[in-house]
Design a protein around this ligand. Structure first.
Ligand code: FAD
Length: 425
């Protein structure tokens, strides 16, 4: 096991963890002994969250040195994987074996366990968040015991345990549902008037397997990225014009000025699901963390109102925005999923890396979207009070009880969780 005393930073560098030590166990037994002996512990995944969710005052643990596991069950259509894996590390192997995941987030470099823990999502009217693929989860509890929670044998606790914010223990393995591999063709349309996006968002978001709308909110235009499944949809060019926009004539990057070589292949060239569904290629690090992010999930029927509200205040935040993205997520029943119980639309913001400049405008954005029922992303920045956040998750009080039953002495609690748990009814 590697143990260092050095403080760890998140990917964006806006968070320095307060942990006393950072450990990277190399076996499950080593991990179990470590956790059993720890007063306070928390897992750090790939560190892509923008807040203190992964922090602890005690022992920070990374599971990326545990023995690698990728076990495909062809009959059950599942893959069981070690929790240290990143999506990009799993995807090519799954594809080579003839399988796929139903969806991916924008970046393949994020860890699977960390993404599941925070309710991370991609886009698609019919595509729920990535945690919806989980069928079972293996984790080490505070006493060092190894537990499994399974959708079939534990239907009561399972929907509460999957999106867990790191509060239940150290996840060592996940079993995900898989499907036969498929190909996707990605088309980019620039110059779509924001007026058209506002007037036709339901049709736009329904026009491909996965749709992302990018805009700076200020210039009156958007770029629409369509990811079409070759086996289900017409993979040809969706049209010479798309809601007033035209096909991009060259490769395009969501952040103006950034090289499009970092982006997955566009121009309608079909390719494997894992080389088209993320916006960014696995083989490049798209940026060195020079950004901050926030995101709010709303009931999908509020999309038009939310677009109008953001356009009204765009001048206030345009100066600190690098890009913004609108995506859709299908409803699920995971207690802490941001799309729990409602088909959702998510408004994402990539800000410049300057919290002093960003926090006031984030407050302005949230003052417009929280009244429309917005739920903040667990892994991104928000200025919403913990009480405001938890009241938006009907299952939060049950989740607090579940966490207390599995971790009665609060080994995995941290300041981020304490604030939420104290605010829960
Ligand atoms: C460039 C970039 C692009 C992004 N794109 C998207 C996107 O497209 N969609 C989206 O929804 N989000 C996106 N995010 C947000 C990101 O998906 C979440 O922050 C996610 O949690 C990152 O995973 P991680 O492993 O880095 O988590 P971390 O930040 O390391 O940890 C998050 C939480 O997961 C817990 N955790 C991690 N591993 C384990 C484990 N093994 N056992 C127990 N708990 C664990 C941690 O304890 C912590 O509570 C993006 C972030 C960045 C920086």
């Amino acid at each position: 096991m590697q143990t260092t005393g050095a403080p760890a930073h998140n990917w964006a560098g806006n968070i320095t963890f307060g942990a006393a030590r950072l450990h990277r166990p190399t076996s499950i037994d080593e991990l179990r002994r470590l956790v059993a002996g720890a007063e306070r512990a928390h897992v750090l995944g790939s560190g892509h969250s923008f807040n203190l969710i992964a922090d602890t005052v005690g022992d920070l643990i990374r599971v990326d040195r545990l023995p690698r596991r990728v076990e495909i069950d062809r009959d059950r259509r599942t893959v069981t994987l070690g929790a240290g894996l990143r999506y990009g590390e799993l995807a090519a192997e799954l594809h080579a074996a003839g399988f796929a995941l139903g969806n991916l987030a924008s970046l393949p470099h994020i860890s699977i366990a960390g993404s599941v823990a925070t309710g991370t999502h991609g886009s698609g009217n019919e595509r729920p968040g990535l945690a919806s693929a989980v069928r079972a989860m293996e984790f080490v509890g505070p006493d060092g015991g190894l537990h499994t929670v399974d959708a079939e044998s534990d239907p009561e606790r399972f929907p509460g345990a999957v999106v867990h914010l790191g509060a239940l223990g150290v996840v060592t393995a996940l079993t995900l549902e898989i499907e036969p591999t498929f190909e996707v063709a990605q088309w980019v349309y620039t110059g779509v008037p924001l007026d058209a996006v506002a007037a036709h968002y339901p049709e736009i978001s329904a026009s491909a397997y996965s749709v992302s709308v990018f805009t700076d909110w200020h210039g009156g235009e958007a770029t629409v990225v369509l990811k079409r499944r070759v086996d289900r949809e017409d993979a040809g060019q969706p049209g010479e014009r798309f809601f007033g926009g035209t096909p991009a004539t060259e490769p395009w990057h969501p952040i103006p000025g950034m090289p499009a070589t970092f982006c997955t292949r566009q121009g309608g060239v079909p390719g494997p699901w894992h080389e088209r569904l993320p916006h960014f290629r696995a083989e490049f690090t798209p940026s060195g963390g020079e950004e901050l992010q926030s995101e709010l999930f709303l009931p999908r029927e509020r999309a038009t109102e939310a677009i109008a509200a953001l356009r009204e205040i765009a001048a206030e935040f345009a100066g600190v925005l690098q890009t913004a993205e609108i995506r859709t997520i299908a409803a699920d029943e995971l207690w802490l999923s941001p799309a729990q119980g409602r088909d959702s639309v998510a408004f994402h913001f990539t800000w410049i890396k300057d919290e002093t400049a960003v926090l006031p405008v984030l407050a302005a954005v949230e003052s417009r979207l929280l009244p429309l029922g917005a739920r903040p992303h667990w892994g991104k920045l928000t200025g919403a009070a913990p009480a405001t956040v938890v009241e938006r998750f009907p299952g939060f009080a049950d989740f607090r009880r579940l966490a207390a039953s599995l971790d009665p002495d609060g080994c995995f609690r941290n300041a981020f969780l304490d604030a939420l748990f104290d605010a829960a009814p």
